[in-house]
Design a protein around this ligand. Structure first.
Ligand code: ADP
Ligand code: NI
Length: 215
């Protein structure tokens, strides 16, 4: 099987494996990340095969729904079944192990340009108009509040605390989404994050005006 066929097979595998997920982490999230990763990958001259495979597989078993480590394990098995070369397989698994946001106080380092490309594509999908939609989808799915003025956002969270956190939707902007723009790696990632971040700030401004009955 050549690399193009491996990507095609992986696309079908992921599509068929993600039809039961929460709508913020469904096939369409993966589709958007895949498309963006291809674009940024071209600009950064990254290895297309590793970028596309990691983008396609990065949420195959998210820790929030399947437990920590499940995604890497499932990815490893899939890559072995396809006969992906060991170097590439190790690289793809490494990206998937390091890509997830695990709390604002946790440092996250992507080692390779391919990892940085997929990371930026994934984080861009967490911000802007789609980011707003995904945040409310996730909190609705978890039956959490939209906003509660009595619960203040927590500025620095380690993974242990973040994992258990049941913050209202609006708090998530301060606990994660507004922080992402400073954590982008690539030129395109930074540029697009800038615009998407502005949109979220405008959104929050309007939200609080309405909350307070001003507008
Ligand atoms: P990442 O892909 O950065 O690891 P996640 O899978 O944790 O991120 O989250 C993706 C998106 O799902 C978030 O950007 C957000 O929209 C939503 N989400 C995840 N966790 C929460 C949360 N605790 N509260 C609100 N939204 C969340
Ligand atoms: Ni993702």
């Amino acid at each position: 099987m050549n690399k193009k066929q491996m990507i095609e097979k992986t696309k079908d595998y992921v599509k068929n494996n993600m039809n039961n997920e929460e709508p913020g982490h469904d096939w369409w999230h993966v589709y958007r990340v895949w498309k963006m990763a291809k674009r940024i990958g071209r600009e950064e001259k990254a290895d297309t095969f590793v970028v596309e495979m990691a983008a396609l597989l990065h949420d195959i078993a998210d820790w929030k729904f399947h437990g920590v480590g499940a995604g890497a394990k499932k990815t490893r098995m899939w890559l072995e079944s396809l006969g992906v070369e060991k170097n590439d397989a190790d690289h793809i698994v490494e990206i998937i192990e390091s890509i997830d946001f695990k709390g604002s106080a946790e440092t996250q380092k992507m080692r390779t340009i391919e990892g940085k490309v997929v990371y930026d594509a994934d984080k861009l999908d967490a911000i802007g108009a789609i980011g707003v939609a995904r945040c409310f989808t996730f909190t609705g799915y978890k039956k959490r509040a939209i906003f509660n003025p009595k619960i203040k956002p927590k500025r620095k969270m380690k993974f242990r605390e973040y994992k258990k956190s049941e913050s209202p939707a609006i708090n998530h902007f301060y606990e994660k989404l507004l922080l992402l723009k400073e954590r982008m790696y690539t030129r395109t990632g930074k540029k697009l994050a800038e615009g998407r971040n502005k949109f979220m700030q405008q959104y929050l401004e309007q939200f609080f005006k309405e909350w307070n009955g001003v507008e």
